[in-house]
Design a binder for this molecule. Structure first.
Ligand SMILES: [Zn+2]
Length: 275
C-alpha cells in the first residue's frame, strides 16, 4: 500500500466525512460462493438446459415456479454452508468504527455481510437476500424470512409437497417468490434501496469498491456519481477491472490488487491509526 493512500485513509478517519463501501461477488468468492453465472448455475428443466440468466427471471418463475424454487434452494444451501471471511469481518469493523458515517451497498444476495455483523439498517442489499422471500402476487410488499424448516437441496433433489407448503405467503397463502432482483426486473427503493444507494453515493467522501466490476447498472451509477462529486475512490480486486480503471482515472483514486480478505483488514488498521 503506498504512502499516499495510507495518509489518505488516516486523514479520512480523523475527519467527519462519509464512507460508502460497495461489494460484489468477489468478496463472497473468498468464502467459496460461486457467482452462479458459470457452470454452477446451469439448470436442467425437462429436457432443456437453462443458463443462470434465464433461470433468474420473472419470465421463468411464471412458467416453471417449482424449477426456479429448486434452483434457489440449491443456491440457498451453498450460502448457508458458507461463512463470512476476513474481508466481510473487516467491513463489519468499519461500520463499528464509523457508525453513522458508514453505508454498505452490496450486490450479493448471500447474507454474509449481515452474518459478519453489519446492520440491516446500513446495509443496502440492492439485489435482495436469498434467505428471504415475499408474496409472488404482491399482496404485501414486505419480505419475510425463509422458514427454518426449508431443507437444503442438492442439485438433483426435487421439491416435495412439504417444501411447497413452506414456500407460501403467510398473508394470502399464495406462492412466495425469492426476495431477489431478477434479470428482467428493475431496481426499486422499497425492496432494493435504489434511491438510498444513489443518495449514499452522492454524499460519500470515500468510496471503497470490493470484488465488483460494474456488470450491472446500479453499481455503475454509484461509482460515477461518487467520482463526479469528487469522492476519493479505492478499488480492491484480485484482477484489473473497469472500476479499478475508473479509480485510477481520478487524481484521488487508488487500485489495490489483491484479496479482500487480506487488503481490507490492513485498511481497517490504517483507519484505526487515524482515529
Ligand atoms: Zn400474499
Amino acid at each position: 500500500m503506498d504512502a499516499k493512500l495510507k495518509e489518505t485513509l488516516k486523514a479520512f478517519a480523523k475527519g467527519s466525512g462519509k464512507l460508502c463501501v460497495l461489494t460484489g461477488a468477489g468478496i463472497s468468492a473468498e468464502s467459496g460462493i460461486p457467482t452462479f453465472r458459470g457452470p454452477e448455475g446451469y439448470w436442467t428443466v425437462g429436457s432443456k438446459v437453462y443458463h443462470p440468466q434465464e433461470m433468474a427471471t420473472h419470465h421463468m418463475f411464471v412458467r416453471h415456479p417449482e424449477a426456479v424454487w429448486q434452483w434457489y434452494l440449491y443456491r440457498l444451501g451453498v450460502c448457508r454452508k458458507a461463512a463470512p471471511n476476513p474481508g466481510h469481518r473487516a467491513i463489519a469493523q468499519l461500520e463499528a468504527l464509523f457508525a453513522d458515517r458508514f453505508t454498505l451497498i452490496t450486490q450479493n444476495v448471500d447474507g454474509l455481510h449481515l452474518r459478519a455483523g453489519n446492520s440491516p439498517e446500513r446495509t443496502y442489499q440492492v439485489h435482495g437476500n436469498i434467505f428471504f422471500m415475499r408474496c409472488a402476487m404482491a399482496c404485501t410488499q414486505a419480505p419475510f424470512p425463509m422458514p427454518q424448516e426449508v431443507p437444503l437441496k442438492e442439485k438433483d433433489d426435487p421439491l416435495t409437497p412439504e417444501d411447497l407448503r413452506l414456500l407460501r405467503c403467510p398473508g394470502c397463502g399464495g406462492m412466495a417468490r425469492p426476495h431477489v432482483l431478477w434479470f428482467d426486473e428493475t431496481y426499486n427503493e422499497a425492496h432494493y434501496r435504489f434511491f438510498s444507494s444513489l443518495k449514499a453515493a452522492r454524499e460519500t467522501d470515500l468510496l471503497i469498491t470490493v470484488g465488483t466490476s460494474g456488470a450491472t447498472n446500479l453499481p455503475n451509477q454509484v461509482v460515477s456519481e461518487a467520482l463526479r462529486r469528487g469522492a476519493v475512490m479505492v478499488d480492491v480486486n484480485v484482477e484489473e477491472n473497469p472500476f479499478g480503471r475508473a479509480a485510477l482515472s481520478s487524481s484521488r483514486g487508488f487500485f489495490l490488487k489483491g484479496k479482500s480478505g487480506v487488503v481490507l483488514p490492513e485498511m481497517v488498521e490504517l483507519f484505526r491509526m487515524g482515529l
